[in-house]
Ligand binder design. Structure first.
Ligand SMILES: Cc1cc2nc3c(=O)[nH]c(=O)nc-3n(C[C@H](O)[C@H](O)[C@H](O)COP(=O)(O)O)c2cc1C
Length: 197
């Protein structure tokens, strides 16, 4: 009886893992352990002239939407941009996002301001998840700020046609890295305070 229970529960567990893709460490053959991936992430601003596969782009968005949000509001909206004209226009208008000119795609991370007064905090968690997922998939990406700069938010709004209640947090150019890069080591024990400052 015990043996049967074990077989049935193993079957159910493996079915659940397959169904939700959980535990599939080697999805796309390129994912890394979570911590290894966190420490390997870096801002990538130079890309190969190679498109990002649709499946990978979707995984980036799924990672974004897996982020936590206050009261589970999920105020995010995402604009996936692959149109060369739109990417080039944003590159021209955004002073610190010139790398959009060479990126095959970008994700504009936005928030619905009617759903949360702190949409930009929730959307920041989503943006970080997207950056981590990009690293795990062998892609390179960088957060380029639009919020809180009104001129940059206006430019993103103009070129992606955002409605008035949707504000952009950042534009994330994504592509295959042009060259390998070493992540910065930011560990600083002096920033850690134990029990009291
Ligand atoms: C809120 C925020 C705004 C940023 N804005 C820009 C930007 O406009 N342009 C850019 O090239 N990088 C931008 N970055 C990326 C930072 O420059 C980068 O994360 C930082 O230098 C640390 O490097 P690393 O990401 O490789 O660890 C931004 C990052 C954050 C979190």
């Amino acid at each position: 009886m015990k043996k049967l229970t074990l077989i049935v529960s193993t079957f159910i567990l493996s079915f659940m893992m397959t169904a939700c893709n959980c535990g599939d460490k080697n999805r796309e053959g390129q994912t890394q352990d979570a911590l290894e991936n966190i420490f390997a992430r870096k801002s990538v601003r130079k890309y190969l002239p190679k498109p990002v596969e649709r499946e990978k782009a979707e995984l980036l968005l799924k990672a974004g939407m897996a982020a936590p949000t206050g009261k589970n509001t999920q105020p995010w909206e995402f604009v996936v941009v692959t149109d060369r004209g739109v990417l080039d226009s944003m590159a021209a208008a955004l002073p610190y996002a010139k790398m959009l000119k060479d990126a095959p795609m970008a994700i504009v991370v936005c928030g619905d301001v009617t759903k949360s007064s702190y949409w930009y905090i929730d959307c920041s968690a989503a943006a970080e998840n997207i950056l981590l997922a990009a690293e795990a998939l062998g892609l390179g990406a960088v957060w380029t700020a639009t919020y809180p700069y009104e001129d940059r938010m206006e430019a993103a709004k103009k070129y992606t046609g955002l409605p008035d209640h949707i504000a952009s947090l950042c534009v994330i150019p994504v592509g295959y890295p042009a060259a390998p890069q070493t992540p910065k080591d930011k560990w600083d024990a002096s920033k850690v305070h134990t029990d009291k400052w």
